[in-house]
Structures are given as C-alpha cells and as structure tokens.
Write a protein that binds this ligand. Structure first.
Ligand code: CAA
Length: 283
C-alpha cells in the first residue's frame, strides 16, 4: 500500500517513518527542498536510534529506501491514503486539502493531522468528505503510540473502521473523539501549558521549578514549559487561538508571554530558544 504524507515537518517526517517501518511505500511531499533533505537525515537518525535499541529489525537504509521525498503534489495519485501534516493554520490546511483531493484517486482516504481545527470545516475542502477524517499523531511519532481519530459528520463508518485497523497495524493505539475544539488531548493539555506560562509570567516560580513540580510530583516525563518548547511555542499559540475562538472562553486565551516569545522568533526547541535554550539541529 502506498501512503502519502504532505508536509515534511516534525509530524510529517514521523508519520512517513512509521508507515515505512511497517513495510509500506511512502511519499513525503514538501515544497521546500531543504525540508525534504532534512527529513531524510532526521528519519535516518531516528531509525538508527530505534535500531540501536532493538526496536526495529531492518537496516535504516532499507526502510528509507521505501520513502520517496518529492516536491510535486501530483505524485500522490498512486496513494491509497494521504495524510496532511502542514502548518496548523486553517487557510493553509484548507488549501492543501483541496489540492490533495484534486490529485488523489477517487477511492483514496484523506486524513488531516490537525491538532485542533474542526474536522467538519476541513472536510468541506475535499471532494469526498465521506473518505476524510482527523488522524492526530503525537510527537515524537515513532515513540508515542497514541493517535486520536476524529470523524466528521460525513465520514463513513467503513472509512473510520478501515483507517483504525490500518493505524493499529502500524503500532498505534487509537482513541476516538467527537469533532470538538482540541479534541481530547489539546482541550486538556493546552490549559495546563497556559497555566504554567501564567505561573511563570506572574513571577510565582521559575520555569525549572514549574517543570520540576510536574516531573517529580506527577511523574510526567517533561514539565509543561519544556513540553511547550518541545511541541513548538508557535504551535501551542495557534492551538490556544483555535480553542479561545471556538469555545469563546477566555480561559483558553494565549498568554502575552507566549505571544511575545513567538513574535520574537523564540519558538522552542526548533529555533534554539524558548523557555529554555537548545542546540538547533542543522542539516
Ligand atoms: N526517534 C526514535 N526514538 C526516539 C526519538 C525519535 N525521534 N525520540 C526519543 N526516542 C527514544 C529514545 O531512543 C529512547 O528510547 P529507550 O526508551 O528505548 O531508551 C526513548 O525514546 C526516550 O528518549 P530519550 O532517552 O532520548 O529522552 P527522554 O527519556 O527524555 O524521552 C521523550 C524523550 C520521549 C520525548 C519524553 O521526554 C516524552 O515522552 N516527553 C513527552 C512527549 C509528549 O508529551 N509528546 C506529546 C506532545 S503533544 C503532541 O504531539 C500533539 C499536539 O497536538 C500538541
């Protein structure tokens, strides 16, 4: 089976990787040749890590050999399923989904990896809404087994079932959410991150003490501010904006500190600066 992934960012790379690991042929599409070059290197690194830990049996080069890195969305014609993983901006997603829909075959399934945008709204951009649904992966995709599956009003039962089985067959353990802002995960996670930012903004505690509270007190693998840096502060901001707008509830409003960090290009791990400093991974 051939799987298409549109967007070679962190999520797109991880999604392509797990399907290739399970023996599927994969096409990863991105308009940026630099993003595609980086994707190849990043997937190779991740596969080497998994091989070292005995989590995969095949050589990374063999798995990589199943992935084509292409710039041309027309190449998706041969895919049985295409997963959109572009920026969390409604206009970009709608535009990308419309393009995907115009190139894929009639019986292809289209999924969106949106983390918060309404699946009903996005479904209006595709030609066959009954074959479209939300498939939300978690970062790092090769490590996190969860996937949130979100049908729209139009998604057919058959597509919901076959997609669920496909995701299980590549090692994912799904939960199902109605199409509601933030689904299950981000409706609950983003208010926690927001409160952590406000706790820092109000001078109540340092980032490291806020994070330590959750790591040592609640056994989280990383505290909420480190997690926000890891997810990407721009991504957190965009998700909070969707929640704030769609619920109309100020308790989802992105904090000013978050906006200031994003406006000054401090986006977390990927930019080297956020609540903490990082070494930026370069091509
Ligand atoms: N590829 C392959 N393996 C990877 C990897 C990658 N990209 N990243 C980490 N690993 C592996 C490591 O090799 C290691 O394997 P072992 O357990 O076999 O030793 C394991 O994962 C743990 O990694 P590390 O030892 O390097 O580091 P760590 O113990 O600090 O774990 C982490 C890193 C897995 C990211 C962990 O900190 C964690 O689980 N953090 C929380 C992540 C999280 O909450 N993700 C969801 C974010 S929300 C989201 O994605 C959706 C959204 O809509 C916002």
């Amino acid at each position: 089976m051939k799987v298409g992934v549109v967007g070679a960012g962190t999520m797109g790379r991880g999604i392509g990787q797990i399907f290739a690991q399970s023996g599927h042929d994969v096409i990863i599409i991105d308009v940026s040749p630099e993003a595609l070059n980086f994707a190849r290197k990043d997937i190779k690194n991740s596969l080497e890590r998994l091989l070292k830990k005995d989590k995969i049996k095949e050589a990374p080069e063999t798995i990589l050999g199943r992935i084509e890195f292409l710039g041309d969305i027309e190449s998706l014609k041969s895919c049985a399923i295409v997963i959109e993983a572009v920026f969390e901006r409604i206009d970009i997603k709608k535009d990308t989904l419309a393009k995907i829909s115009s190139f894929v075959s009639e019986d292809a399934v289209i999924g969106s990896n949106t983390s918060s945008i309404s699946i009903d709204v996005l479904s209006r951009s595709v030609k066959r809404p009954e074959r479209f649904l939300g498939i939300h992966f978690f970062n790092p995709v090769p490590v996190m087994s969860l996937v949130e599956i979100v049908p729209s009003e139009a998604t057919s039962r058959e597509i919901l079932e076959t997609t669920t089985e496909l995701l299980k067959s590549v090692g994912k353990d799904p939960v199902f959410s109605k199409n509601f802002p933030g689904f299950i995960s981000n409706r609950i996670l983003m208010p926690m991150i927001r409160e952590a930012i406000l706790t820092y903004e109000q001078g109540i505690a340092s980032p490291s003490d806020i994070d330590k509270t959750f790591m040592l007190g609640m056994n989280h693998p990383m505290g909420p501010l480190k997690l926000a840096d890891f997810i990407g502060l721009d991504v957190c901001y965009d998700i909070m904006e969707v929640l704030y707008r769609d619920f109309g509830n100020p308790s989802f409003k992105p904090p000013i500190t978050l906006k200031n960090l994003v406006d000054s290009g401090k986006l977390g791990v990927k930019s080297g600066r956020g609540f903490y400093n990082y070494k930026v991974k370069k091509e």
